[in-house]
Write a protein that binds this ligand. Structure first.
Ligand code: E4P
Length: 214
């Protein structure tokens, strides 16, 4: 399973990238807005730090606007991926971009049907939002399981990015369901390697060692 960082915080990306567990980065307009930095500069810098796909989202709504933005973003770096919202116009854009060899990540996916549409239109990645699905009283992980089954049934190459990940449970269940990727907030990632028994164990080993160390 690949791990992407769901952040545009450059210091966080640099720090976590040193661990060798970061395979890519995803951003969205809300994440970019938090940085108070220029969108293009930020994406170019992230692309130079991380050795993997970096998603940058269009903000236009029409086919014409999205295509213009997408073609521009695609020139920013060799590892950039254009994020397109799941709308009728978005599907048309994904179809055109896939014909041009531009990689896309279809975002704001909340149902199996939407995921299937993204795959059929030629999306490289599809991002079902598990946390936001849970928020409306449905089961985000079930969405991942069902979408995995459907894409496998028809041999689509589209990769599933588990997005809107809020907990270790989400991550573990998405891995169990066979999601290709999980995109994880920088604040959550350290919780994946931390365990209270590890900390207690280290403390005990060190105090025992102190007793005999000369
Ligand atoms: C990533 O591609 C998504 O934009 C992100 O995971 C959304 O997460 P949120 O629901 O916590 O905002």
């Amino acid at each position: 399973m690949d791990f992407y960082l769901d952040t545009a915080d450059l210091e966080e990306i640099k720090r976590l990238n040193k661990l060798g567990i970061v395979d890519g980065v995803t951003t969205n307009p809300s994440i970019i807005a938090k940085t108070n930095r220029d969108f293009k500069e930020t994406i170019i810098e992230i692309c130079s730090i991380v050795n993997g796909p970096v998603s940058a989202e269009v903000t236009g709504q029409t086919v014409e606007d999205m295509l213009k933005e997408a073609r521009d973003i695609a020139e920013w770096a060799p590892n950039v991926v254009v994020k397109i919202p799941m709308t009728e116009e978005g599907l048309e854009v994904v179809n055109i971009l896939s014909g041009e060899g531009i990689k896309t990540n279809v975002t704001l996916v909340f149902s199996v049907a939407q995921g299937l549409m993204a795959a059929k239109a030629g999306a490289t990645y599809v991002s079902p939002f598990v946390g936001r699905v849970d928020d409306i009283g449905e089961d985000g992980i079930e969405l991942i399981q069902n979408l995995r089954t459907v894409l496998k049934n028809y041999n689509f190459d589209t990769k599933i990015i588990t997005a809107s990940v809020r907990s270790i449970g989400h991550l573990e269940m998405a891995a169990k369901a066979g999601a290709d990727i999980a995109t994880i907030p920088g604040s959550l990632l350290p919780k994946l390697w931390k365990h209270p028994l590890t900390d207690i164990g280290i403390e005990k080993f060190l105090s025992d060692w102190e007793k005999v160390a000369k």
